[in-house]
Design a protein around this ligand. Structure first.
Ligand code: AMP
Ligand code: MG
Length: 337
């Protein structure tokens, strides 16, 4: 029984990288449950795909069980099952897909593959009430400035090398700061006072971050204060992105700016991108912080849209695609009415 919720209910399973998540979202995009368990590698070490997949396998049962219960009591009956089909780490993706296939087969309910990056956008758009924004997707896997046109999200600007999430995670690893690196850098940056020189590389609507990472690691080895380096990384890297976003906003003439993905939890980044929007009389739509990082809710939310657009597949064709570009996916549900 699904008392008080708008059918169909979608169960979303997320497992692309560090997080195994399960969530129930109703047909109006209301998040009913959202349960997530994240693999945290030891300080100084990156995510090992096999270890993350082992974590997912160990926690899947409990996470799904909790997601199917409200108040720990009412049992929810999903009408469709969505899973993150890519992009992501192969061993991790396969755990989520296997769980989703099993539930779909057992319940006899449709199975819906979802693109993880599109799902970040769908949840952010739904939760922040945007309609047709210039979207800034900043996460471990993406640093992209995109707009929706002709049933596709198209890239207006992006990183030419590593993502913003990679930059923060790799620096945190060098500095022995705990995972998630972006959160550690943000906390350190609050105590930083000196703006140290770091390379600023904007090329049109694109940015490049690997030179900045190398220079920041060099400052660390020279004995500069970690807090000052973190402060400087944020100020310089975020200003680069803000410049590229500003140029894209003027060129695309969008009236809304969306900020989505795990790095969107960062307060300083929200301030800077929000200021760009304000300067150009556009409204600013940051994803709510509790939904910024990878979570089951993004998959359940995107699953609702994808299912309505006819994207369910039989179990025999429920692939995972570790490398899957966002602009290859047909998305017919933006702009929202
Ligand atoms: P996602 O893959 O969307 O979950 O995003 C993960 C990325 O978000 C990782 O690179 C994290 O280090 C980063 N992240 C998480 N919290 C923060 C934060 N408060 N500030 C900046 N980056 C963050
Ligand atoms: Mg993500």
């Amino acid at each position: 029984m699904n008392p008080g919720f708008d059918s169909p209910l979608c169960l979303g399973i997320e497992s692309t990288a560090h997080t195994f998540g399960a969530s129930i979202v109703d047909s109006k995009g209301q998040v009913i449950t959202n349960v997530n368990s994240s693999y945290r590698p030891p300080s100084g070490v990156g995510i090992h795909p096999r270890k993350a997949a082992e974590h997912h396998g160990e926690h899947a049962f409990q996470v799904v069980r909790e997601a199917l219960a409200t108040n720990g009591e009412t049992h929810l009956d999903p009408d469709l099952i969505a899973y993150s089909a890519g992009p992501g780490l192969g061993p991790c993706l396969r755990v989520g897909a296997t769980v989703a296939r099993a539930i779909s087969s057992y319940l006899g309910k449709p199975l819906v593959p979802v693109h993880h990056g599109i799902a970040h956008l769908d949840l952010a758009i739904t939760a922040s009430d945007a309609h047709d924004p210039l979207a800034v997707l900043v996460s471990g896997g993406h640093t992209a400035i995109i707009v929706h046109s002709d049933k596709k999200w198209i890239f207006y600007g992006e990183t030419q090398d590593i993502t913003l999430g990679n930059l923060l995670d790799m620096f945190a690893r060098e500095g022995d700061l705990p995972s998630p690196g972006g959160l550690s850098v943000e906390q350190e940056a609050k105590h930083g006072q000196r703006l140290l020189p770091l390379p600023y590389t904007v090329k049109g609507n694109d940015i490049a971050l690997s030179g900045l990472l190398t220079a920041a690691i060099r400052l660390l080895k020279k004995g500069e204060q970690v807090s000052d380096i973190c402060f400087s990384i944020q100020e310089v890297a975020f200003a680069m992105l803000a410049e590229a976003v500003e140029r894209s906003l003027v060129q695309t003439r969008r009236r809304e700016v969306l900020l989505a993905g795990g790095v969107a939890a960062n307060q300083r980044l929200r301030e800077m991108i929000g200021q760009v929007a304000r300067d150009h009389d556009a409204s600013f739509h940051p994803v709510p912080s509790n939904y910024s990082g990878d979570c089951g809710a993004q998959i359940a939310c995107s699953g609702q849209y994808a299912y309505r657009a006819g994207s369910s597949v039989p179990v025999s064709q429920s692939w995972v695609t570790p490398r899957w570009r966002l602009d290859e996916v047909e998305v017919s549900w933006i702009p929202r009415p």
